[in-house]
Design a protein around this ligand. Structure first.
Ligand code: ZN
Length: 260
């Protein structure tokens, strides 16, 4: 099982060498996508990943730095399948909080080439709290956070989520964009192996200190979704984090590959 970082940047202004947030967990030959920021499909393909092994795409929320590459990802899967036919008859599930964003992307794709007709199935599912899916011993559970709303919509819907990923005896939590630790505390117990924490809305060292002092501290703390605060002061941030967490902390970069 591998964690593959395709984009490590938040929606701050474009930053050299970093793209908007997206990562893959590769499990038993299948690709599970989490967020789909700009260029995610380009980066994955150029890293040698076979996009026709994609099984699920999970979108934490529909802000552009998490969804901007989704149209291109679907288009690229169709393109690659058009060349090899290896995805024919298969299906790709998209889990997303606001399905209307997915439908708008499909509408855009249908106005490009060939009405976006394809001989594989795409299906969108609205994310709600609880189990999203369990497939081939790969399990994902969603929990809403307060990034977009402090209260659910009048229809009882949440628009932003974090996730617990369980596979091969590992427990990994992805914060999504979040107001802080309180949002995803329930996912951190029992102790998780890795927390993927967004750094775009927080002071990473302050967060690392808060988490270290918490009984919920994970085995490893990886930062993703970087904003200017961490990128403009990278060396100081890294040494501050390492003072607290030693080699158990990382600031993730685009194209990082981590064996799990
Ligand atoms: Zn974001």
């Amino acid at each position: 099982m591998r964690l593959i970082i395709l984009g490590s940047c938040s929606g701050t202004q474009p930053f050299p060498g970093r793209h908007h947030t997206s990562f893959i967990i590769e499990h038993r030959g299948k690709l599970y996508w989490f967020d789909a920021g700009e260029t995610c499909s380009y980066t994955a393909h150029c890293m040698g990943l076979d996009l026709l092994k994609s099984s699920k795409i999970v979108i934490s929320h529909t802000h552009m730095d998490h969804i901007g590459g989704l149209g291109n990802l679907l288009w690229t899967v169709r393109k690659l399948n058009g060349i090899s036919g290896d995805f024919s008859g298969k299906r790709l599930d998209i889990y997303i909080p606001q399905v209307e964003s997915y439908e708008a992307i499909i509408k855009m794709l249908q106005s490009t080439q060939g009405n976006f007709s394809a001989d594989f199935e795409l299906e969108a599912h609205e994310i709600k709290n609880g189990l999203l899916f369990e497939e081939d011993s790969f399990k994902v559970t969603a929990l809403h956070n307060r990034h977009i709303q402090n209260e659910p919509s009048p229809e009882g819907k949440w628009f932003s989520f974090g996730f617990l990923i369980e596979a091969q005896g590992k427990r990994i939590v992805y914060s999504g964009d979040t107001k802080g630790l309180e949002d995803f505390m329930p996912l951190l117990s029992p102790k998780v192996d890795i927390l993927l924490m967004e750094s775009g809305h927080h002071h990473p060292v302050d967060f690392a200190k808060e988490l270290k002092e918490s009984p919920l501290a994970p085995e490893k703390l990886f930062f993703i979704h970087h904003g200017r605060r961490i990128l403009d002061d990278y060396d100081n941030m890294l040494s501050g984090l390492q003072d607290l967490w030693g080699d158990r902390v990382r600031i993730l970069d685009d194209k990082d590959i981590i064996d799990l």
